[in-house]
Write a protein that binds this ligand. Structure first.
Ligand SMILES: O=C(O)CCC(=O)C(=O)O
Ligand SMILES: [Fe+2]
Length: 355
């Protein structure tokens, strides 16, 4: 066990630039989880392989264009991360496979990384906050996060969780966003002994009809050896009548035509949001012929991890509920902070216990 761990933390690599690591023994992987079941890794039946059936998705965007994406199936870039702390050695193969996926796809989904109950507690706490602000319907269960008529009719300001440092710092929220398994996962993926995360979190309550346009995170948080972990607080399925899931262009981080097209794309403008979008919405983005979108269904506790050069977006929230999610950033301790953008202080794991 000790030697397997040592092998994994040795050396340093740029996630986006380093060639794939040695291939892994795939039989050591745990089976995939059926997304949307909300079951944690601990509850998975190790005997069943329940990879979801692939489906094709078409989402109409405000520009009049549409995004088509593949969801699920054998190609889905995912592993199931066990939360069993005693099996660190056994998980070495899972992390190796996760790094391979991250290298080739540009994104890896870690199913069941954060315990379901921890995510649910944070979600509930944030929804209480939205309810107190009058942003949620009172005649439907809190859990559904349905947007109040007052907000929809602009009688009450639509709340934003972005820049709400008070809410990011709530113990239940920090328990998710700085869960030990995130420190562990990102350090394993970057093969860094220790990692740090920004004190600031991009916490979101995404209202109906809204989304984040296509971009690469380097425009916001600088390029280099750095990862985003996108954490949905609750089930987020891919679909037009769903909450607006994450979509990405597989392999775009190393696709020569994408690299050439966006070689001057470096820095988001002044607002730190829309100014970094490559198009008004994903349906309006003109893509090189080599590109196609992929998306995924997420269950509570699933986390998508990707590097700074991956072309990605979210799609319009097609429900009447808020999508609660957070983008978090991670980099190896000791690596320089991004040169061109200010992302605030970085901090270490509070517990500093490895899993
Ligand atoms: O959640 C969103 O709408 C945007 C997510 C994103 O762009 C990110 O996590 O980097
Ligand atoms: Fe992003």
């Amino acid at each position: 066990m000790a030697s397997a761990r040592k092998r994994l933390v040795r050396g340093s690599s740029s996630v986006a630039k380093k060639p794939a690591i040695r291939s892994c023994r795939k039989e050591a992987l745990r089976p995939r989880q059926t997304a949307g079941t909300g079951r944690s890794a601990e509850e998975l039946d190790p005997g069943s392989n329940c990879a979801s059936t692939p489906r094709s998705l078409k989402i109409c965007c405000p520009s009049g264009g549409a995004l088509t994406a593949q969801v699920g199936g054998k190609e889905s870039p995912e592993v199931t991360a066990t939360q069993d702390r005693r099996k660190v050695g056994a998980n070495a193969e899972v992390w190796c496979r996760a790094r391979e996926i991250l290298e080739s796809e540009g994104l890896v989904i870690l199913r069941g990384l954060i315990p379901h109950r921890v995510v649910s507690a944070a979600r509930k706490r944030l929804l209480q906050e939205l309810a107190e602000a009058g942003a949620l319907r009172e005649d439907t269960p809190l859990e559904e996060a349905r947007v109040s008529a007052g907000c929809l009719e602009s009688k009450i300001a639509m709340p934003s969780l972005l820049r709400r440092l008070d809410l990011q710092a709530l113990p239940q929220v920090v328990a998710v966003l700085e869960h030990a398994s995130l420190f562990n996962a990102t350090s394993r993926l970057m093969q860094a002994k220790e990692v740090v995360t920004t004190a600031y979190k991009w916490l979101r309550a995404v209202p109906p009809g809204t989304f984040t346009g296509p971009h690469m995170d380097r425009a916001y948080v600088g390029d280099g050896r750095r990862l985003t972990a996108w954490i949905p607080f609750g089930k987020v399925e891919a679909g037009e009548k769903a909450l607006g899931s994450l979509c990405w262009i597989p392999g775009s981080h190393r696709d020569p035509s994408v690299i050439e097209r966006y070689k001057d794309y470096r820095r988001a403008g002044t607002d730190g949001e829309r100014s970094g979008w490559l198009a008004a919405d994903p349906g309006a983005l003109e893509l090189p012929p080599s590109c196609s979108w992929r998306s995924a269904d997420f269950a509570p506790g699933d986390v998508a991890v990707f590097g700074m050069d991956l072309l990605h977006t979210t799609v319009p929230n097609g429900t009447d509920s808020f999508r609660i999610s957070c983008d978090t950033r991670w980099q190896p301790l000791g690596d320089p902070p991004p040169a061109e953008v200010v992302v605030g202080p970085w901090r270490r794991s509070r517990s500093r216990k490895s899993l």
